[in-house]
Ligand binder design. Structure first.
Ligand SMILES: [Zn+2]
Length: 108
């Protein structure tokens, strides 16, 4: 499948550097989602805390949070970037909604 951009084929793009385990393109918001869901669970706010429900909450949260991909470059220090989108409070609401949804319709 040819990308409309730059004539690059999808298969030409290496997501991992040679011999490295670290993805070269990462979603900054993925880490934030995991942390926000962990806080939600730690606060005892989930209807069910089994692994299945926690993963469901995380999946719904990730689906509802805009991704923010950056090139994982050693010259960058984006984790210190204060310009988060969505904001922490917005992310918290996304997690709450995910927790409510999964609580209403657990897969077990
Ligand atoms: Zn459960």
């Amino acid at each position: 499948m040819a990308s409309p951009l730059l004539g690059l084929k999808y298969s030409d793009i290496n997501l991992l550097s040679d011999g490295e385990e670290v993805p070269r393109v990462i979603n900054l918001n993925e880490k934030r989602c995991v942390e926000a869901v962990r806080e939600f669970i730690d606060a005892g706010r989930a209807v069910c805390e089994c692994e299945e429900c926690i993963l469901d909450i995380l999946a719904v949260t990730l689906n509802n949070t805009p991704s923010r991909y950056i090139v994982n470059d050693i010259h960058m220090n984006c984790f210190g970037d204060p310009d988060h989108h969505p904001k922490d409070e917005e992310l918290e609401k996304i997690v709450e909604a995910a927790g409510e949804l999964v609580g209403r319709k657990p897969h077990h």
